[in-house]
Design a protein around this ligand. Structure first.
Ligand code: MG
Ligand code: MG
Length: 266
């Protein structure tokens, strides 16, 4: 008899992981479709409309729509989060046209047949300035490193330390206040998955076990790591120093030998 959970972390069966892959595939399809539409003059509200229709026509629901936090003035109103430049996460799609050289992080989550997928990418609008491209490359590399490092028996702190070292080694900072999460039937399950590690900072370490399904999502900044709410809605999270940010996320299953990315479109 296989374990169904480790502490409060719910392990998934092979069948459940395949259902999560179907959700991840839809999320990937949305992100690829939006990537093809991102150019100067396009608005994030237009991108959200496209995402909404793709999710609806696939028979899925958008996970972020209607989410309420303790602080927020109103439930999250859109299918995707679209976070431009100094916005780190939870940007609300709006009618402002994107400009050449902006960076926009698109985060998409869906529930399909009862299981969730969650992924994010940061794209440049037109051509990125070299410094912006380096920021995007570092965030993507941190996620790729995590996927390479995940294997059963390892502790998450070992992976998180390596992600942090990579990001800081390139001159960027890792956001502390927002972290990844377990995912499955619910968008947010145990455990919390930080992208950094500091002894005594209250991080709960855990051992990676086959059947765990994790949304790994490095959020990094070009300046200092501190973030704050952009306004009284308590939705968009911006860097306190208004430096630009990047965010890459994949839904990943821990296997017997490593990691299986469920949101890479395969
Ligand atoms: Mg996400
Ligand atoms: Mg997530």
């Amino acid at each position: 008899m296989k374990l169904a959970s480790v502490g409060r972390i719910i392990l998934k069966s092979p069948r459940e992981i395949e259902l999560m892959r179907a959700a991840g595939r839809l999320v990937n399809r949305v992100l690829c479709e939006l990537e093809g539409r991102i150019r100067p003059g396009v608005t994030t509200a237009e991108l959200d409309e496209v995402a909404t229709e793709l999710i609806r026509s696939a028979g899925a629901t958008a996970l972020f729509q209607g989410v309420q936090t303790p602080q927020a003035r109103f439930p999250f109103p859109s299918s995707i989060c679209a976070s431009v430049n100094e916005v780190v996460v939870h940007g609300i799609p709006d009618a402002r046209p994107l400009s050449e050289g902006d960076v926009v992080s698109i985060d998409c989550g869906v529930r399909l047949q009862g299981y969730c997928g969650d992924a994010a990418r940061t794209f440049s609008v037109g051509r990125a300035a070299p410094a912006a491209q380096e920021l995007l490359d570092a965030a993507r590399a941190a996620l790729e490193l995590a996927v390479e490092e995940i294997r059963p028996g390892k502790r998450w702190s070992q992976v998180a330390r390596r992600m942090q070292r990579l990001v800081e080694g390139r001159g960027f900072s890792v956001v502390r206040e927002f972290v990844g999460h377990g995912i499955g039937r619910e968008m947010h399950e145990e455990p919390k998955i930080p992208n950094y590690w500091s002894r005594g900072a209250g991080n709960a370490d855990f051992e990676l076990v086959p059947g765990m399904t994790l949304a790994v999502e490095p959020m990094i900044t070009a300046g200092q790591p501190e973030v704050e709410f952009a306004d009284a809605t308590h939705w968009p999270v911006v860097t306190r120093d208004r430096s630009w940010a990047a965010h890459f996320e994949d839904t990943v299953a821990v296997t017997e030998s490593g990691a299986d990315v469920l949101s890479d479109g395969r």
